[in-house]
Design a protein around this ligand. Structure first.
Ligand SMILES: Cc1ncc(COP(=O)(O)O)c(C=O)c1O
Length: 399
């Protein structure tokens, strides 16, 4: 339990808490004031001194940002790249591999929606085979099934990609065990940590991943429209680089040659929104100040309280599976489109979002769900906010 003074400070740092009961941190969390200030100050500087000149003036702070991001995942600054969002980082990593027809990507049934669409596009356009490893009985990918899928594909398996936490449930996949499999079998490994960053301590050495992609706006509490990725020394040494590398990621050294940047910045684009870059850096610094372990413990405790309270309401079915469940709580309502409840809660100042069948075709089909409501508390929420969401849900459903 945090000291009441600590919770009061987090909330005082977060102007949005005065206006909304924000249980949509898996969508976009409320930003702390330091993040807002970093963005606003830089926009002001750009407006008054010029965009390029402002970036020059803030070059030290911009560099520090890479160190903060590196600390978040247990890496070094040279392994970090700033990208537009988690999907952009994921795609940059995937584009490092020159897939040929018959090559295999092994992934999970709970991988993120956009990733699944991209696997399908790779199948349709390049003839890549996409293998979805089996789930464990309790939910989440079975690392032994990944081992079997990779081993039986032999050298055709070019990549294993896993979403740590999917968008549409509280599941936490066992990314460390999958990392062990990938290392044993010598296959590159990409982790989508979009929903993990800010709510789970991350150590890329334990994940043994080649790449990791993340976004600023979710449990990290940064701004929308910016994200980051990690590329391992192993990937950099292999010469991996994105298919559409630009003049930030590489130098055009003679008419017929380019040379990629030695660091992970080979994955960046030349043009960056520096106000957001600084906002993301401030969010990382703030999260490190709070302590990811502290944020983790409290957010997961609030989510467990929410799950228990919601499960006790007639017609409500909690959908979260897996051995460990995170700060995302999803429920289906018997006989009701979840969007109706989301709209009602919004009218009461409680922020949640709906999750639809198309966000998780495998998962929601197995659960026989067309729509769900997603509540996602964070450490700065209060027990009273969680209880209010439970009470309002119960009231709306006629209890
Ligand atoms: C698991 C997961 N991966 C990736 C993304 C995509 O993130 P972004 O919108 O920053 O590209 C999301 C967004 O909800 C997500 O939940």
């Amino acid at each position: 339990m945090p000291e009441p003074a600590q919770l009061r400070r987090w909330r005082a740092d977060t102007p949005g808490t005065a206006h909304r009961n924000h249980l949509n941190n898996a969508g976009a969390a409320l930003m702390p004031t330091t993040v807002l200030d970093a963005i606003a100050e830089h926009l002001e500087l750009e407006a008054t001194t010029g965009g390029y000149e402002a970036a020059d003036a803030k070059s030290t702070e911009i560099e520090h940002g890479y160190e903060h991001l590196a600390e978040l995942v247990g890496a070094r600054a040279r392994n970090m790249a700033v990208v537009a969002n988690a999907t952009a980082g994921f795609v940059q990593a995937v584009s490092s591999f020159d897939f040929a027809p018959g090559d295999v990507i092994v992934t999970t049934r709970c991988d993120y929606t956009s990733n699944q669409i991209q696997y399908l596009a790779l199948h349709e356009r390049l003839g890549v085979e996409v293998v979805h490893a089996e789930d464990l009985p309790e939910g989440g990918v079975d690392p032994d099934s990944v081992r079997h899928a990779v081993a039986s594909s032999g050298p055709r398996c070019k990549l294993v990609a896993v979403s740590w936490i999917p968008t549409n449930s509280g599941l936490v996949q066992d990314v460390e065990s999958v990392g062990q499999v990938c290392e044993d079998l010598g296959v590159p490994y990409l982790v989508d940590a979009c929903q993990a960053v800010g709510q789970i301590p991350i150590d890329v050495a334990k994940l043994r991943c080649d790449y990791l992609s993340a976004t600023a706006r979710k449990f990290l509490r940064g701004p929308r429209g910016i994200g980051f990725m990690f590329a391992s020394d192993r990937a950099l040494a292999r010469g991996d680089h994105p298919l559409f590398v630009d003049m930030r990621g590489a130098r055009w050294i003679s008419t017929g040659r380019y040379e990629v940047d030695p660091t992970a910045r080979r994955y960046e684009g030349w043009e960056l929104p520096y106000a957001l870059v600084l906002g993301q850096s401030a969010a990382a610094e703030y999260a490190l100040g709070v302590g990811i372990d502290v944020a983790h413990e409290r957010a997961w405790t609030l989510a467990a309280r929410l799950r228990t309270g919601l499960a006790a309401i007639p017609r409500v079915r909690v959908l979260d599976r897996g051995a460990r469940q995170c700060a995302i709580v999803t429920t289906a309502i018997d006989g009701m489109d979840a969007r109706t409840l989301v709209t009602h809660l919004a009218g009461k100042g409680i922020n949640t979002v709906p999750s639809l069948r198309e966000y998780g075709q495998y998962d929601f089909a197995a659960k026989n769900v067309e729509s769900a409501i997603r509540y996602s508390p964070h450490y700065y929420n209060t027990e009273a906010e969680v209880d209010a969401a439970i009470a309002e849900t119960a009231y709306f459903l006629g209890n």
